[in-house]
Structure formats: structure tokens, C-alpha cells
Ligand binder design. Sequence first.
Ligand code: NDP
Length: 292
Amino acid sequence: QKAPVTVLGLGDMGRALAEALLDSGHSVTVWNRSTGKADHLVAKGAAEAASARAAIEASPLVIACLLDDASVYGVLTPAAEVLAGRTLVNLTTGSPDQAREMAQWAEKQDVGGFLDGGIMAVPSMIGGSDAFILYSGSASAFDQYRDTLAELGAPTFAGADPGLAALLDLALLNGMYGMFAGFLQAAAIVDTEGIPVTEFSATLLTPWLQAVIGLLPEFARQIDTGQYAAEESNLAMQTSGVGFVEFAESIGISGELMAPMQRLMEQRVDDGHGGDDLSSVFELIRKSRERK
Ligand code: NDP
């Protein structure tokens, strides 16, 4: 007998979560603020509750996937007393501090176990092999419901600090947006010559990015050890040619995406670290924060 699950919030993501649980044979109760979003799920066997309170009462495991932190409190606070003894999994994106506060709030409501999660997938990936979800908070809740959570995407437990899943989620998104920024800039450059971006991306940019991703383990090692001496491509060399911004402006496109990167690389050289690898820019980003 698979655990009954309640899903609060039937936006694009909440519907995908509920559907994956239904498809894997769980009995699922759903609730959404506005009506009409549950129809497809009800046709597949979900029970639609008339209130968030009734939805929570239906299952020992309650998953909230709402717009933001405020909407989670808006939905849970009026029904707080029925959360006692149940496991609460918050898959609403938020900050580490919001997750830590919610864990404290949940403890005050006598929630049986609280997990905050960071979904590393878009809705169409949920239930598929490429989706993974980061969790932090109650290790015993994670162990108890690991198999159920695995129906949504590969579950990864990040630690007992409830803020860790959100922190890692944001770190991964920053990595992704940095890569997307480079893609957009490269596209704008080739576009000035009328080169189709589809062709450029398939034949040159994607293979190039796949090749240079191989540098990351060495950069990571340099950051962890604080030893940045470059073996072959130092910052002085990298900043001596045409700057990203000047080049962009010379061909009539915006250089603003690349400006901060160029500025940090040049500052590092000015500070006397021209012999370092690019990875030493990390030292300017972390500023003077003590390293853990
Ligand atoms: P949607 O905008 O599609 O859905 C938002 C949901 O929140 C709806 O169910 C909406 O209800 C509900 N909601 C909003 N405000 C309130 C409120 N004040 N009270 C009650 N319910 C409210 O968003 P998604 O489903 O795409 O995203 C949900 C969460 O999942 C977000 O935190 C998002 O960051 C996260 N996520 C989404 C991803 C994606 O690609 N979509 C990827 C990874 C994470 P109503 O229908 O009544 O408006």
C-alpha cells in the first residue's frame, strides 16, 4: 500500500507533481485556491478537497507547491492545527532563511517532520529520469518518504539544516543563468553577421561549451585549496586582448551582460594576480567573508 499524498497548489508544477504520484499508484488528494485546475487529475483518480484543511486531513504526507513563501503561509496558517503529526514537504521556491523560518514555524505546529525542497526540473520533466529534487530538514521524514518522493524525481538529501536545499537550488540556478548569459551574448555576436543561431549553436557553441566544462574540476580544486597559479592561461593574458565590452560596442550590440565579468577579471590583474587562473575571480566575489 503506497502512502496517500496531499498536494496543495495546482499550478503548472503542482499539477505535474500530483500527476506523477497518481501515475505511480498513490492515492492523491489535491486542493487549489481557484477551481477548475483539478479536473484532469480528478479524471485520473485524484480526490479534490473543498478546502486546504480537508486536503491536509486526508494524508500523512502533505506537499505544498505554491507561488511563493507568503502564499504557503496564507494557505497553511488557517489550517495549522491539522498539520500536527503529518509530514510537510514545501516544494515552493524560496530563500534559505525562508526555509529555516518555515521549519521553525512547522515545529511550533507539531508537524511530524518538515522538509524544504528545491525542484531541479520543469514540470514536463517531473517523474522522468532527468528530474532531481534537493531536500533538507528532517532526515527521518526523508527516509520515511524517500520512495514516494522518488516518484517525482531523483531525491537528494542535502542535510539537516532546512536552508540547504534552497541554497543549493539557488547556486545551481546561478550556474545555469551564467551559462545562458554567455549563450545569449554569443548569439548576439554571430547575429551581427547574419549567421543563424541554430547552426552556430549546434556546430560550434554547444561543442565548445561541452569541451570547456572539462575545466571546472580544476577550477573547483583551485578554489577549494586557494592555489590559483595558472599553468597555461593566466588572467593577464586573458584580459590583454579585446575586452568583451569594447568588442560588443564596436559591432553595435550591448556589452552589459559581460561588463561585470570583465571588470572583475581586470581588477584581479590590477590587484597583482595576473598570473592566476580565471578561477581566482572567486576571491573578489566572496569578498572578505570567512571561509567555513
Ligand atoms: P504557477 O504560477 O503555475 O502556480 C502558482 C500556484 O500558486 C497556483 O496553484 C496558484 O493558485 C497558487 N497561489 C498563488 N498565490 C496564492 C495565494 N496567495 N494563496 C493560495 N494559492 C496561491 O507556478 P508553478 O506551479 O510553476 O510554480 C509553483 C512553485 O514551484 C514555485 O515556487 C516555483 O518557483 C516552483 N518551481 C517551478 C518550476 C517551473 O518550471 N514551473 C521549476 C522549479 C520550481 P491559483 O491557481 O488559484 O492562482
